[in-house]
Design a protein around this ligand. Structure first.
Ligand code: FAD
Length: 452
């Protein structure tokens, strides 16, 4: 049988190996631990959860991450199977016993007759064969350098600096307005690129106080070593002087508030469209180390964002990731070296679940290509498809930052009652996703059976 090589036996690599081996390929997993360590991993297990032990919401009707669980279960995913076996009571969330979980994944993969695990660091890009690189946020330095040499320095980041992302339909447009600074751009696309929220002096001063008082997280020991290249958290800017933000990301120039054309705002918070669908906007320059609860409280004091729902909150972390919208094709292949696919967090998704899902998908795409079966495009109405469509093309490439799965990535559903009936809308998203994902899995099975 043809051999598929997988670099990295984390969330994505483990799932990819399972999928490919069960589809009849011989698989070699190249995993550097415990021979080479990272600052976050503690064991030599495959699929180690480096921080929290949560797979987040398990609600597959009202939550996009729960839907991703459903899709992976439907595809016979190993990560979900072992998470379900080793789950801990945690209300609506899927929490797992991390050691038992990782040990079980490791045991299953070692026991699989088509899988071999080789311990060792891969330090260069392979020239031929079939490969999936799933080395995660803490990709080893040598391999990261090799990837950088292939993709160019601009296209591989070592830190994410995530500004909070807001669902457009939760922004109060009776206070906010769309306009790019100095009215740059004449196309519809450019006119909807920016959204503005005005502040008067009192609101600005209160906002600075809230930033300074908010709870913050610290970098992990070893996390910043030699990498962090000066992307300042918003609260650090505020610490440098109360006016710093007003002269930086919150400067009020080149903008006129159509709701109050005669009043010059004291400061303006700008949001930039985050996806081509226009369903998501990120708050420009607002990367932060504030804790999640504090962020939601502070950002909801911004006029227009009182009822904001966040597709993801901000953060700054050590994270190796590609500019996937420019580097990867829809098949998750490196455009410049299509025998290499990427999967997991290095593709610009974020989280255990999203990473495992991208491993599952990359393997299925690789299998179809290697076995030579025609596979229809992944439905972008599924959670898996919405996520891969976002990273390989839907996201704005220039400002690309890692993404969690969320309903803002899905093509909208047409529903009476419109945006107000959120539960009905989410149910419509998940119903549509389940039907389309089921069809897609069946098409893959039929194709493979025919090829055999
Ligand atoms: P990983 O699971 O990291 O797997 C990559 C594997 O590749 C590792 O086993 C590594 O040893 C191996 N490897 C790296 N380089 C090489 C090489 N050159 N050769 C061979 N093997 C190599 N996500 C959450 O959902 N919740 C959290 O609480 C959370 N906390 C995090 C905290 C920290 C400090 C970090 C860094 C990340 C955190 N994440 C969290 C993100 C989390 O790491 C990912 O979501 C998930 O583990 C990514 O899966 P992956 O398979 O892409 O990478």
């Amino acid at each position: 049988a043809p051999i598929l090589h997988i670099v990295g036996g984390g969330m994505a690599g483990s799932e990819a190996a399972w999928q490919a081996a069960n589809a009849g390929l011989d698989v070699v997993i190249h995993e550097m631990r415990p021979h080479v360590e990272t600052f976050a991993h503690q064991t030599g297990h495959l699929a180690e959860m480096v921080c929290s032990n949560s797979f987040r919401s398990d609600d597959d009707e009202q939550n996009a991450v729960g839907l991703l669980h459903w899709e992976m279960r439907a595809a016979g995913g190993l990560i979900m199977q072992m998470a379900d076996t080793h789950k801990l009571p945690a209300g609506g969330a899927l929490a797992v016993d991390r050691d038992a979980f990782a040990a079980a994944v490791t045991e299953r993969l070692h026991a699989h007759p088509r899988i071999r695990v080789e311990t060792g660091e891969i330090t260069s890009l392979p020239r031929d064969g079939h490969w999936i690189i799933a080395t995660g946020p803490l990709t080893s330095g040598a391999l990261a350098e090799a990837i950088r040499a292939e993709t160019g320095a601009e296209a591989l980041a070592f830190f994410d600096a995530i500004a909070p992302i807001v669902h457009y339909d939760s922004i109060d447009m009776s206070q906010a307005w769309m306009q790019s600074r100095y009215d740059k751009g004449d196309t519809e696309d450019e006119r909807t690129a920016y959204l503005n929220c005005p502040m008067d002096r009192d609101q600005y001063e209160a906002f600075i106080d809230a930033l300074l008082a908010a709870d913050k997280t610290e970098f992990h020991a070893g996390e910043t070593a030699g990498y962090f290249d000066g992307c300042l958290p918003i609260e650090v800017m505020a610490e440098r002087g109360r006016e710093t933000l007003r002269h930086g990301p919150m400067k009020p120039v080149g903008l006129t508030n159509p709701h109050a054309p005669d009043v010059k705002p004291h400061a303006v918070v700008q949001l930039r469209r985050d996806n081509k669908l226009g369903t998501l906007y990120n708050i420009v320059g607002f990367q932060t180390k504030m804790k999640y609860g504090a962020q939601a409280d502070v950002f909801r004091t911004i006029p227009g964002l009182e009822d904001a729902r966040f597709a993801r909150l901000g953060g700054i972390h050590r994270n190796t990731f590609l500019n996937a919208p420019t580097l990867l094709d829809a098949q998750m292949r490196l455009r410049s070296a299509p025998h290499i696919r990427f999967a997991g967090q290095i593709t610009g998704v974020e989280g255990y679940v999203e990473s495992a899902a991208m491993g599952l998908l990359a393997a299925r795409l690789a299998v179809a290509e290697i076995v030579g079966t025609a596979l229809p495009p992944v439905p972008e109405t599924s959670a898996t498809g919405a996520l891969v469509t976002h990273i390989t093309g839907g996201a704005e490439a220039k400002t690309f930052q890692p993404m969690n799965v969320n309903f803002g990535l899905f093509p909208p559903v047409d529903l009476k009652g419109g945006r107000r009936n959120r539960p009905a809308r989410y149910k419509a998203y998940t119903d549509r996703a389940k039907a389309d994902w089921t069809d897609w899995l069946a098409a893959g099975d039929t194709g493979r059976a025919a090829a055999e």
